[in-house]
Design a protein around this ligand. Structure first.
Ligand SMILES: Nc1ncnc2c1ncn2[C@@H]1O[C@H](COP(=O)(O)OP(=O)(O)OP(=O)(O)O)[C@@H](O)[C@H]1O
Length: 235
């Protein structure tokens, strides 16, 4: 569905932070882009969506497939109400009202935004703005989702609904790339992982392969394996 090949990418002309990152995301797969603060997760995502300053490589999205991106910092229009945001997204995806309106209402209910349709999301709390973006993205039923730090800033109920939605979209055949440092959620959700450290992919594969590579017993958590990989030791 999506092939990512980054030779190098970064913010300065001379020094590119990311080096040699190659991966593919297939339909029905949840891939975790994992790494500490500053490891290069957001820079990788910016490379995929084409907003990074300097990029060498290639990004190939299967023809005709639609991509939805949920950024870490919710960005919304100042003068549009919640419902107007939803209508605008539906229009740009050419969705008829009979399709998008029931989906939008269902999502608003899940994320406790029912009754706020005619308010301006710029006046919402950060978590509510994040929920707004989640509703906008999932309403479109995209083929591929790229979500930067999905679990930060959401309350427990919203987190639960988001996890259910991710599973639902996976079952529908969507491909999902989640960037996160919340390793316990990633461990439960993701089919495999790309572990980043200082701009390099230091491991790619499923948890079992990571346990084997780091000589950890079966059942060792993603966090412990990640630590073992970085430090050559156990926590
Ligand atoms: N706008 C920017 N201009 C210059 N350098 C940047 C910019 N954003 C990030 N960087 C640098 O690029 C490197 C990778 O940052 P990136 O934001 O990709 O990390 P991350 O893994 O997403 O971290 P976090 O978990 O903290 O969001 C860091 O060294 C950071 O200082």
């Amino acid at each position: 569905m999506l092939q990512v090949h980054i030779d190098s990418a970064g913010y300065q002309q001379k020094e590119h932070y990311l080096k040699d990152i190659d991966f593919t995301i297939n339909p029905g797969e949840i891939v975790g882009l994992i790494g500490a603060n500053g490891a290069g997760k957001s820079t990788t995502i910016k490379s995929i969506i084409g907003t990074i300053e300097h990029f060498h490589g290639s990004i190939a999205l299967e023809e005709g497939k639609q991509l939805a991106y949920i950024p870490e910092e919710p960005i919304l229009y100042d003068r549009l109400t919640l419902w107007e945001h939803l209508r605008l997204a539906a229009t740009s995806y050419e969705m008829p009202a009979t399709v998008w309106e029931p989906r939008a209402n269902d999502l608003l209910k899940k994320f406790s935004l029912t009754g706020k349709e005619h308010e301006l999301p710029i006046h919402f709390s950060k978590g509510m703005r994040q929920k707004t973006l989640i509703c906008l993205s999932f309403m479109t039923e995209a083929d591929i989702y790229i979500i930067d730090e999905p679990f930060i800033g959401l309350d427990p109920l919203a987190t639960k609904h988001l996890i259910n939605l991710l599973y639902q979209e996976k079952a529908r055949g969507a491909a999902l790339l989640l960037s996160t440092y919340v390793l316990d959620s990633a461990e439960k959700l993701c089919d495999h992982f790309i572990l980043l450290n200082e701009g390099n992919a230091i491991f790619q594969g499923a948890l079992q392969a990571l346990q084997e590579e780091t000589n950890q017993p079966a059942g060792t958590s993603l966090l412990d394996c990640f630590y073992a990989l970085l430090e050559g030791d156990t926590l």
